[in-house]
Design a protein around this ligand. Sequence first.
Ligand code: HEC
Ligand code: HEC
Ligand code: HEC
Length: 282
Amino acid sequence: MYYRIVVKLIFTITVVLSLSIAHANEEQNISLSKPPTSIMQWYKPNNKRQVWLHTMFRLRREMQAIAEYSAYQDKRRLVTWSERFVKDYQSIGKMVPEWADELEVEWGARLLSAAKSGDFKGVGAAQRKIGKSCGGCHKEYRAVTAALYRGASFKDVMIEDDETMEESSFKKSMGGLSSSMNRIKIAMVDSRFEVAESAYELMSKRLKDLSGSCSACHKTDKQRNYLLGEQSMAKVKKLGALIKAKEVKQAQQTLGGVAVEICATCHSIHRTLADLREFIDK
Ligand code: HEC
Ligand code: HEC
Ligand code: HEC
Protein backbone atom coordinates (compact mmCIF):
# COMPACT_ATOMS: atom_id res chain seq x y z
CA MET A 1 0.00 0.00 0.00
CA TYR A 2 2.70 2.43 1.09
CA TYR A 3 4.82 1.34 -1.85
CA ARG A 4 2.00 2.04 -4.29
CA ILE A 5 1.45 5.50 -2.90
CA VAL A 6 5.13 6.31 -3.33
CA VAL A 7 5.13 5.02 -6.92
CA LYS A 8 2.02 7.02 -7.66
CA LEU A 9 3.55 10.12 -6.10
CA ILE A 10 6.75 9.74 -8.11
CA PHE A 11 4.69 9.24 -11.25
CA THR A 12 2.68 12.40 -10.56
CA ILE A 13 5.79 14.44 -9.83
CA THR A 14 7.39 13.17 -13.04
CA VAL A 15 4.36 14.11 -15.12
CA VAL A 16 4.09 17.54 -13.53
CA LEU A 17 7.82 18.14 -13.96
CA SER A 18 7.91 17.06 -17.58
CA LEU A 19 4.82 19.09 -18.34
CA SER A 20 6.35 22.18 -16.84
CA ILE A 21 9.63 21.55 -18.68
CA ALA A 22 7.67 21.17 -21.93
CA HIS A 23 5.83 24.37 -21.09
CA ALA A 24 9.06 26.21 -20.35
CA ASN A 25 10.57 25.02 -23.63
CA GLU A 26 7.53 26.18 -25.49
CA GLU A 27 7.98 29.63 -24.02
CA GLN A 28 11.65 29.71 -24.92
CA ASN A 29 11.12 29.09 -28.63
CA ILE A 30 10.32 32.01 -30.80
CA SER A 31 10.04 31.97 -34.54
CA LEU A 32 10.94 34.78 -36.88
CA SER A 33 10.13 34.97 -40.57
CA LYS A 34 12.75 36.05 -43.05
CA PRO A 35 11.55 38.19 -45.93
CA PRO A 36 11.95 36.75 -49.46
CA THR A 37 15.45 37.50 -50.74
CA SER A 38 13.96 39.38 -53.72
CA ILE A 39 13.65 42.35 -51.32
CA MET A 40 17.45 42.62 -51.21
CA GLN A 41 17.64 44.42 -54.57
CA TRP A 42 15.69 47.33 -53.06
CA TYR A 43 18.31 48.01 -50.43
CA LYS A 44 21.83 49.37 -50.41
CA PRO A 45 24.38 48.28 -51.51
CA ASN A 46 22.40 46.39 -54.18
CA ASN A 47 20.55 49.57 -54.96
CA LYS A 48 21.72 53.17 -54.92
CA ARG A 49 18.85 54.11 -52.64
CA GLN A 50 16.82 52.49 -49.89
CA VAL A 51 13.95 52.06 -52.36
CA TRP A 52 11.87 49.75 -50.23
CA LEU A 53 11.98 51.94 -47.16
CA HIS A 54 11.15 55.08 -49.12
CA THR A 55 8.16 53.37 -50.72
CA MET A 56 6.97 52.59 -47.20
CA PHE A 57 7.39 56.18 -46.06
CA ARG A 58 5.35 57.32 -49.09
CA LEU A 59 2.62 54.79 -48.29
CA ARG A 60 2.25 56.12 -44.78
CA ARG A 61 2.19 59.72 -46.02
CA GLU A 62 -0.38 58.87 -48.71
CA MET A 63 -2.60 57.08 -46.19
CA GLN A 64 -2.47 60.19 -44.00
CA ALA A 65 -3.24 62.57 -46.87
CA ILE A 66 -6.18 60.37 -47.92
CA ALA A 67 -7.61 60.42 -44.38
CA GLU A 68 -7.13 64.19 -44.03
CA TYR A 69 -8.60 65.18 -47.40
CA SER A 70 -11.40 62.75 -46.84
CA ALA A 71 -12.20 64.52 -43.56
CA TYR A 72 -12.09 67.92 -45.33
CA GLN A 73 -14.18 66.42 -48.14
CA ASP A 74 -11.62 67.83 -50.58
CA LYS A 75 -12.37 65.50 -53.47
CA ARG A 76 -9.83 66.79 -55.97
CA ARG A 77 -6.83 66.33 -53.70
CA LEU A 78 -8.25 63.12 -52.31
CA VAL A 79 -8.32 61.58 -55.78
CA THR A 80 -4.77 62.70 -56.57
CA TRP A 81 -3.41 61.16 -53.36
CA SER A 82 -5.48 58.01 -53.80
CA GLU A 83 -3.99 57.51 -57.25
CA ARG A 84 -0.49 57.94 -55.87
CA PHE A 85 -1.30 55.53 -53.09
CA VAL A 86 -2.69 52.78 -55.31
CA LYS A 87 0.38 52.96 -57.53
CA ASP A 88 2.77 52.64 -54.58
CA TYR A 89 0.68 49.96 -52.89
CA GLN A 90 0.70 47.82 -56.03
CA SER A 91 4.43 48.30 -56.42
CA ILE A 92 4.91 46.14 -53.30
CA GLY A 93 3.85 43.08 -55.29
CA LYS A 94 6.00 44.09 -58.24
CA MET A 95 9.09 44.60 -56.10
CA VAL A 96 8.61 41.41 -54.08
CA PRO A 97 6.43 39.06 -56.18
CA GLU A 98 6.23 36.56 -53.28
CA TRP A 99 4.20 39.17 -51.39
CA ALA A 100 1.73 40.00 -54.19
CA ASP A 101 -0.92 37.75 -52.62
CA GLU A 102 -0.71 39.54 -49.26
CA LEU A 103 -2.11 42.75 -50.73
CA GLU A 104 -5.71 43.92 -50.76
CA VAL A 105 -5.53 44.98 -54.40
CA GLU A 106 -9.32 44.98 -54.87
CA TRP A 107 -9.72 47.26 -51.89
CA GLY A 108 -7.22 49.60 -53.51
CA ALA A 109 -9.48 49.80 -56.56
CA ARG A 110 -12.51 50.34 -54.32
CA LEU A 111 -10.70 53.12 -52.48
CA LEU A 112 -10.00 54.90 -55.74
CA SER A 113 -13.54 54.62 -57.04
CA ALA A 114 -14.98 55.74 -53.69
CA ALA A 115 -12.66 58.76 -53.81
CA LYS A 116 -13.73 59.59 -57.36
CA SER A 117 -17.40 59.41 -56.48
CA GLY A 118 -16.97 61.45 -53.29
CA ASP A 119 -17.99 58.51 -51.10
CA PHE A 120 -15.92 59.55 -48.07
CA LYS A 121 -17.30 56.80 -45.85
CA GLY A 122 -16.37 54.24 -48.48
CA VAL A 123 -12.85 55.66 -48.54
CA GLY A 124 -12.56 55.16 -44.78
CA ALA A 125 -13.80 51.57 -44.96
CA ALA A 126 -11.30 50.75 -47.73
CA GLN A 127 -8.47 52.35 -45.76
CA ARG A 128 -9.25 50.22 -42.74
CA LYS A 129 -9.22 47.04 -44.84
CA ILE A 130 -5.94 48.00 -46.50
CA GLY A 131 -4.46 49.07 -43.17
CA LYS A 132 -4.85 45.50 -41.94
CA SER A 133 -2.61 44.28 -44.74
CA CYS A 134 0.05 46.81 -43.71
CA GLY A 135 -0.10 45.69 -40.08
CA GLY A 136 -0.18 41.97 -40.90
CA CYS A 137 2.99 42.15 -42.96
CA HIS A 138 4.75 44.44 -40.49
CA LYS A 139 4.09 42.16 -37.56
CA GLU A 140 5.72 39.28 -39.33
CA TYR A 141 8.53 40.90 -41.26
CA ARG A 142 9.33 44.49 -40.38
CA ALA A 143 11.82 44.10 -37.54
CA VAL A 144 13.67 41.21 -39.18
CA THR A 145 13.91 43.05 -42.51
CA ALA A 146 15.27 46.18 -40.84
CA ALA A 147 17.83 44.16 -38.88
CA LEU A 148 18.93 42.19 -41.94
CA TYR A 149 19.14 44.93 -44.51
CA ARG A 150 19.76 48.05 -42.50
CA GLY A 151 21.51 46.86 -39.38
CA ALA A 152 25.29 47.07 -39.52
CA SER A 153 27.18 43.80 -39.52
CA PHE A 154 30.61 43.76 -37.90
CA LYS A 155 31.55 40.33 -39.20
CA ASP A 156 33.96 41.70 -41.78
CA VAL A 157 35.13 44.79 -39.92
CA MET A 158 38.78 44.54 -38.95
CA ILE A 159 40.64 46.50 -36.30
CA GLU A 160 44.15 47.54 -37.09
CA ASP A 161 46.84 47.69 -34.44
CA ASP A 162 48.23 51.20 -34.66
CA GLU A 163 51.79 50.05 -33.93
CA THR A 164 52.18 46.65 -35.54
CA MET A 165 49.63 47.28 -38.34
CA GLU A 166 48.30 43.83 -37.65
CA GLU A 167 44.60 43.31 -38.19
CA SER A 168 42.26 41.34 -36.00
CA SER A 169 38.56 40.64 -36.15
CA PHE A 170 36.19 43.02 -34.44
CA LYS A 171 35.00 40.33 -32.07
CA LYS A 172 38.52 39.41 -31.02
CA SER A 173 39.37 43.07 -30.40
CA MET A 174 36.31 43.43 -28.23
CA GLY A 175 37.50 40.51 -26.16
CA GLY A 176 40.88 42.22 -25.72
CA LEU A 177 39.28 45.51 -24.76
CA SER A 178 37.11 43.82 -22.21
CA SER A 179 39.94 41.83 -20.63
CA SER A 180 42.18 44.89 -20.28
CA MET A 181 39.33 46.77 -18.66
CA ASN A 182 38.57 43.98 -16.22
CA ARG A 183 42.24 43.62 -15.43
CA ILE A 184 42.29 47.26 -14.30
CA LYS A 185 39.36 46.57 -12.02
CA ILE A 186 40.80 43.35 -10.56
CA ALA A 187 44.20 44.96 -9.97
CA MET A 188 42.68 48.02 -8.32
CA VAL A 189 40.57 45.86 -6.02
CA ASP A 190 43.76 44.06 -4.96
CA SER A 191 45.93 47.23 -4.85
CA ARG A 192 48.28 45.92 -7.57
CA PHE A 193 48.85 49.38 -8.99
CA GLU A 194 51.61 48.55 -11.48
CA VAL A 195 49.43 45.90 -13.10
CA ALA A 196 46.54 48.36 -13.18
CA GLU A 197 48.73 50.94 -14.88
CA SER A 198 49.92 48.62 -17.61
CA ALA A 199 46.39 47.32 -18.16
CA TYR A 200 45.29 50.93 -18.46
CA GLU A 201 47.91 51.60 -21.13
CA LEU A 202 46.72 48.57 -23.04
CA MET A 203 43.08 49.61 -22.80
CA SER A 204 43.81 53.16 -23.99
CA LYS A 205 45.71 51.82 -26.95
CA ARG A 206 42.92 49.43 -27.83
CA LEU A 207 40.34 52.19 -27.61
CA LYS A 208 42.44 54.25 -30.00
CA ASP A 209 42.62 51.33 -32.42
CA LEU A 210 38.86 50.90 -32.12
CA SER A 211 38.22 54.51 -33.01
CA GLY A 212 40.08 53.93 -36.27
CA SER A 213 37.44 51.40 -37.31
CA CYS A 214 34.37 53.67 -37.36
CA SER A 215 35.30 55.11 -40.73
CA ALA A 216 34.82 51.67 -42.30
CA CYS A 217 31.14 52.67 -42.42
CA HIS A 218 30.74 56.23 -41.20
CA LYS A 219 31.60 58.89 -43.73
CA THR A 220 32.06 61.63 -41.16
CA ASP A 221 33.63 61.77 -37.69
CA LYS A 222 30.32 62.67 -36.05
CA GLN A 223 29.58 59.18 -34.74
CA ARG A 224 33.13 58.52 -33.63
CA ASN A 225 33.29 61.84 -31.81
CA TYR A 226 30.02 61.13 -30.06
CA LEU A 227 31.39 58.03 -28.37
CA LEU A 228 35.15 58.33 -28.58
CA GLY A 229 35.62 62.09 -28.89
CA GLU A 230 37.22 64.61 -26.58
CA GLN A 231 34.73 64.28 -23.75
CA SER A 232 35.01 60.51 -23.45
CA MET A 233 38.76 60.56 -23.91
CA ALA A 234 39.07 63.14 -21.14
CA LYS A 235 37.35 60.67 -18.87
CA VAL A 236 39.72 57.91 -19.98
CA LYS A 237 42.70 60.18 -19.24
CA LYS A 238 41.26 61.00 -15.84
CA LEU A 239 41.08 57.29 -15.14
CA GLY A 240 44.79 57.00 -15.92
CA ALA A 241 45.63 59.81 -13.53
CA LEU A 242 43.51 58.27 -10.76
CA ILE A 243 45.21 54.90 -11.16
CA LYS A 244 48.61 56.58 -10.95
CA ALA A 245 47.51 58.44 -7.81
CA LYS A 246 46.29 55.12 -6.35
CA GLU A 247 42.82 56.58 -5.84
CA VAL A 248 41.12 53.20 -5.75
CA LYS A 249 37.56 54.30 -5.18
CA GLN A 250 37.49 57.17 -7.63
CA ALA A 251 39.34 55.15 -10.26
CA GLN A 252 36.71 52.44 -10.04
CA GLN A 253 33.93 54.98 -10.36
CA THR A 254 35.53 56.53 -13.40
CA LEU A 255 36.11 53.12 -14.92
CA GLY A 256 32.40 52.41 -14.50
CA GLY A 257 31.61 55.73 -16.20
CA VAL A 258 33.80 54.85 -19.18
CA ALA A 259 32.15 51.44 -19.47
CA VAL A 260 28.69 52.98 -19.54
CA GLU A 261 29.44 55.98 -21.76
CA ILE A 262 31.55 54.24 -24.34
CA CYS A 263 30.95 50.51 -24.21
CA ALA A 264 27.32 50.24 -23.19
CA THR A 265 26.15 53.10 -25.39
CA CYS A 266 27.76 51.62 -28.46
CA HIS A 267 26.48 48.18 -27.57
CA SER A 268 22.91 49.44 -27.46
CA ILE A 269 23.36 51.07 -30.86
CA HIS A 270 25.42 48.43 -32.58
CA ARG A 271 25.88 45.20 -30.71
CA THR A 272 22.34 43.99 -30.07
CA LEU A 273 21.38 44.54 -33.68
CA ALA A 274 24.60 42.95 -34.95
CA ASP A 275 23.96 39.92 -32.73
CA LEU A 276 20.39 39.65 -33.94
CA ARG A 277 21.42 40.02 -37.55
CA GLU A 278 24.05 37.34 -37.28
CA PHE A 279 21.54 35.02 -35.67
CA ILE A 280 18.92 35.63 -38.38
CA ASP A 281 21.46 35.47 -41.20
CA LYS A 282 22.59 31.94 -40.33
C1 HEC B 1 3.97 42.59 -47.70
C2 HEC B 1 4.69 43.33 -46.68
C3 HEC B 1 4.34 44.77 -46.39
C4 HEC B 1 3.17 45.45 -46.59
C5 HEC B 1 1.86 44.93 -47.21
C6 HEC B 1 3.38 46.80 -46.11
N1 HEC B 1 4.64 46.94 -45.60
FE1 HEC B 1 5.38 48.61 -44.71
N2 HEC B 1 7.10 47.61 -44.29
C7 HEC B 1 7.39 46.31 -44.69
C8 HEC B 1 8.73 45.98 -44.27
C9 HEC B 1 9.44 44.67 -44.53
C10 HEC B 1 9.23 47.11 -43.58
C11 HEC B 1 10.61 47.27 -42.92
C12 HEC B 1 11.49 48.05 -43.81
C13 HEC B 1 12.76 48.54 -43.11
O1 HEC B 1 12.70 48.91 -41.93
O2 HEC B 1 13.81 48.59 -43.78
C14 HEC B 1 8.18 48.10 -43.61
C15 HEC B 1 8.28 49.38 -43.06
C16 HEC B 1 7.32 50.34 -43.13
C17 HEC B 1 7.46 51.68 -42.61
C18 HEC B 1 8.68 52.23 -41.92
C19 HEC B 1 8.46 52.22 -40.46
C20 HEC B 1 9.50 52.97 -39.74
O3 HEC B 1 9.11 53.85 -39.00
O4 HEC B 1 10.70 52.70 -39.94
C21 HEC B 1 6.30 52.35 -42.87
C22 HEC B 1 5.97 53.79 -42.53
C23 HEC B 1 5.43 51.44 -43.59
N3 HEC B 1 6.10 50.23 -43.72
C24 HEC B 1 4.16 51.76 -44.05
C25 HEC B 1 3.32 50.87 -44.67
C26 HEC B 1 1.93 51.14 -45.00
C27 HEC B 1 1.20 52.43 -44.71
C28 HEC B 1 1.45 50.02 -45.60
C29 HEC B 1 0.08 49.73 -46.11
C30 HEC B 1 -0.57 50.72 -46.91
C31 HEC B 1 2.53 49.04 -45.63
N4 HEC B 1 3.64 49.59 -45.07
C32 HEC B 1 2.39 47.79 -46.15
C33 HEC B 1 6.55 45.45 -45.35
C34 HEC B 1 5.26 45.73 -45.75
C1 HEC C 1 29.81 48.00 -40.21
C2 HEC C 1 29.46 49.39 -40.33
C3 HEC C 1 29.62 50.28 -39.10
C4 HEC C 1 30.74 50.45 -38.31
C5 HEC C 1 32.10 49.77 -38.43
C6 HEC C 1 30.38 51.44 -37.32
N1 HEC C 1 29.09 51.86 -37.52
FE1 HEC C 1 28.06 53.17 -36.34
N2 HEC C 1 26.41 52.93 -37.52
C7 HEC C 1 26.34 52.15 -38.67
C8 HEC C 1 24.99 52.25 -39.21
C9 HEC C 1 24.49 51.56 -40.47
C10 HEC C 1 24.27 53.09 -38.33
C11 HEC C 1 22.81 53.48 -38.42
C12 HEC C 1 22.61 54.61 -39.34
C13 HEC C 1 21.20 54.60 -39.90
O1 HEC C 1 20.51 53.59 -39.74
O2 HEC C 1 20.83 55.59 -40.50
C14 HEC C 1 25.19 53.52 -37.29
C15 HEC C 1 24.85 54.35 -36.25
C16 HEC C 1 25.73 54.82 -35.29
C17 HEC C 1 25.39 55.78 -34.26
C18 HEC C 1 24.01 56.36 -34.03
C19 HEC C 1 23.92 57.80 -34.38
C20 HEC C 1 24.04 58.11 -35.85
O3 HEC C 1 24.51 59.20 -36.17
O4 HEC C 1 23.67 57.29 -36.72
C21 HEC C 1 26.52 56.00 -33.52
C22 HEC C 1 26.68 56.92 -32.33
C23 HEC C 1 27.56 55.14 -34.09
N3 HEC C 1 27.04 54.47 -35.17
C24 HEC C 1 28.84 55.09 -33.60
C25 HEC C 1 29.85 54.31 -34.15
C26 HEC C 1 31.21 54.28 -33.65
C27 HEC C 1 31.74 55.12 -32.48
C28 HEC C 1 31.88 53.38 -34.42
C29 HEC C 1 33.33 52.98 -34.31
C30 HEC C 1 33.84 52.63 -33.00
C31 HEC C 1 30.94 52.83 -35.39
N4 HEC C 1 29.72 53.42 -35.19
C32 HEC C 1 31.24 51.87 -36.33
C33 HEC C 1 27.35 51.38 -39.19
C34 HEC C 1 28.60 51.19 -38.62
C1 HEC D 1 31.26 50.19 -32.36
C2 HEC D 1 30.78 50.37 -31.05
C3 HEC D 1 31.35 49.56 -29.91
C4 HEC D 1 32.11 50.06 -28.87
C5 HEC D 1 32.57 51.48 -28.65
C6 HEC D 1 32.35 48.93 -27.99
N1 HEC D 1 31.78 47.79 -28.51
FE1 HEC D 1 31.95 45.92 -27.71
N2 HEC D 1 30.90 45.15 -29.29
C7 HEC D 1 30.40 45.89 -30.35
C8 HEC D 1 29.81 44.97 -31.31
C9 HEC D 1 29.16 45.36 -32.64
C10 HEC D 1 29.98 43.67 -30.80
C11 HEC D 1 29.56 42.35 -31.46
C12 HEC D 1 30.70 41.89 -32.36
C13 HEC D 1 30.49 40.54 -32.99
O1 HEC D 1 29.95 39.65 -32.34
O2 HEC D 1 30.93 40.38 -34.15
C14 HEC D 1 30.66 43.82 -29.51
C15 HEC D 1 31.01 42.77 -28.69
C16 HEC D 1 31.65 42.89 -27.48
C17 HEC D 1 32.00 41.80 -26.62
C18 HEC D 1 31.74 40.32 -26.89
C19 HEC D 1 32.91 39.76 -27.67
C20 HEC D 1 32.72 38.29 -28.02
O3 HEC D 1 33.74 37.57 -28.00
O4 HEC D 1 31.60 37.89 -28.33
C21 HEC D 1 32.61 42.31 -25.51
C22 HEC D 1 33.14 41.55 -24.31
C23 HEC D 1 32.67 43.75 -25.69
N3 HEC D 1 32.07 44.05 -26.91
C24 HEC D 1 33.25 44.63 -24.79
C25 HEC D 1 33.37 46.00 -25.01
C26 HEC D 1 33.99 46.90 -24.05
C27 HEC D 1 34.53 46.52 -22.70
C28 HEC D 1 33.93 48.14 -24.64
C29 HEC D 1 34.39 49.46 -24.06
C30 HEC D 1 35.71 49.58 -23.59
C31 HEC D 1 33.29 48.00 -25.94
N4 HEC D 1 32.96 46.70 -26.11
C32 HEC D 1 33.06 49.04 -26.81
C33 HEC D 1 30.46 47.26 -30.49
C34 HEC D 1 31.16 48.13 -29.69
